[in-house]
Design a binder for this molecule. Sequence first.
Ligand SMILES: Nc1ncnc2c1ncn2[C@@H]1O[C@H](COP(=O)(O)OP(=O)(O)O)[C@@H](O)[C@H]1O
Ligand SMILES: [Mg+2]
Length: 151
Amino acid sequence: MEIKITARSAEETEAFGRLLAQKLEEAGVTRAFIALLGEMGVGKTAFTRGFASHFGINNIKSPTYTVLNEHRGRVNIHHFDFYRITDGDDLYSIGYDDVIESEGYCIGEWSENILDFLPPEHITVRISRVGFGEADTERLIEADLSGIVEW
Ligand SMILES: Nc1ncnc2c1ncn2[C@@H]1O[C@H](COP(=O)(O)OP(=O)(O)O)[C@@H](O)[C@H]1O
Ligand SMILES: [Mg+2]
């Protein structure tokens, strides 16, 4: 089921992330790969911050330089930023294959860059700007949750 929502502030994008985390947990989905799509500054890290907050993880920072931030809490969250990943060798060097097989949730910013390497079952969340001005805070969030959670 494709859902579309409008988020009018960073807080609303975080709230959507938090709600998705809650729904996954309620549905008993304890492992998932969430592929985040969307340009720079659109709110991918904000979404992740909200998602993690559902599990009591409150120190989400952009993994732009580290590529992977590991959070261990009530659940594990593996927070990737694939912005600087250009090929499979880059993924190999961060232990990608092992991480995606491990317990918990993976969230990948800039998943556009690793489309060929996404696990076959993943949840796509696309965030896009609606207005054109820099100050415009409206975002469209589209998520394909088919067969995963009821919305
Ligand atoms: N609706 C919105 N959703 C998310 N972020 C928003 C929104 N409106 C404004 N912002 C701002 O845009 C920026 C998003 O930053 P961030 O989450 O780091 O983006 P990304 O990880 O996609 O590069 C933040 O400064 C945030 O306050
Ligand atoms: Mg980010």
